[in-house]
Design a protein around this ligand. Sequence first.
Ligand code: BGC
Length: 475
Amino acid sequence: MQGFSRVQVAECPMDEVPPEGLRKIWRWAVLIAVGGFLFGFDTGVISGALLFIRADFALNSFEQGSVVSILVLGAMAGALLSGRMADRIGRRRALGLEGFVFLVGTAVAALAGGYGMLLGGRLLLGLAVGAASATVPVYLSEISPAKIRGSVLTLNQLLITIGILVAYMINVAFAGSGDWRAMIAVGAVPALVMVAGALWGIPESPAWQLARGDRDGAHRTIASVTNDATADMLVERRVEARRKEAAKDGGQAGWHALLRPRVRPALIVGVTLAAVQQFGGINTIIYYAPTIIEETGLNAANSIYYSIAIGVINLVMTVAAVWLIDRAGRRGLLLFSLAAMTVTMVLLGLAFVAGWASVPSLIFMVLYIAAFAVGLGPVFWAIIGEIFPGPARASGSSASTAVNWGSNFVVSLVFLPIANAIGQGETFWIFAAISLAGLAFVSRFVPETKGREFGEVDADLLRRFGRRPPESTPG
Ligand code: BGC
């Protein structure tokens, strides 16, 4: 980690960006967020593909479950590995490498001759999904000026939801022929776009370049969206801030930086939101909607259409979040979302326990998805790109993302057994209680990051944890 000293791998040091520059930044952001698309696609496509794989390879129920969940385990490992990698080789190369692993994983899974090879392919896909899910928020955060940073970061979740929806549609398109290999192979297209984007379409994060002492590189990137004079001034300002900070405390990057007491509040916020996002039950609906819908008495044969309806709501409400996040702010969206998730889960549970008709259950389920999609879904991924100081940003995102995948794994593993043991409705009430606890946590500990430079976010965060903010905290 030589040369990666206590730094301002800050929020993007560009605030006076003209409209053409902003358009360019949006283009970069879309290419980066293709990683989010693959996240959604690869987690979504398996539900439809599995119906045919099961028959082809004569899989028992454990084997079927393992094909689904090995991706989630791989993602946890990928998320853990990615922080160090993104600090070492840079955000751009890390993303390119992840795209390459997506390609290889897609090829192995689509061409699998049997169960073992399929598992291998899904594991590789998991590594890529997890690593990309931790790299994308950091990269997006470091290329976006504060005033559009929320929307840019929300693009990640937007592409996750588009990926899920496209996967459902691909499942429908190939359901007639039962060609599960084609379903999986479609993922090669975005993976190629991701590799090409990283090679030719996106510059390295200027914040990371400055941290490595590459002033010229950072200058070039900033000047390409502003102009030479502004780039001079911004680079100078950052270097100076960095020098002062390094003189005060010679800290390190990576896991060491993450473990410093100063960074602990950010870590607590990151991993708690990660756990609440999953233990609130979202993926029991996203992954098991057809099974739940069947229990309500609706015809399971139409389940794929219900899934598509859920995917559309998820997408539409995420679009609303992209628009709202830099206006209403992160806290407002989170508080609203968690409150609405609590209420809809209580009602969904009630519908099951009281044995109401199937239509109310479906309505509560859709409302719950809407509540998640407008807040906790996107805001979690945005906030982990925003709350960590530069040296701890990649590792902080990595740790929070790994907790997110770990929690995802636990919930998907225990949901059906718990629902069978204590009842479906009662299980939904547990999710409601977790969202309520999440609401209390957010209201007490999560700082507003909207439009703020890192120093202000950090001071707010420290105050919420009862610590005295330092005089100045450049990112
Ligand atoms: C979550 C995923 C979930 C997706 C649904 C993401 O924010 O991390 O686990 O499947 O939202 O849209």
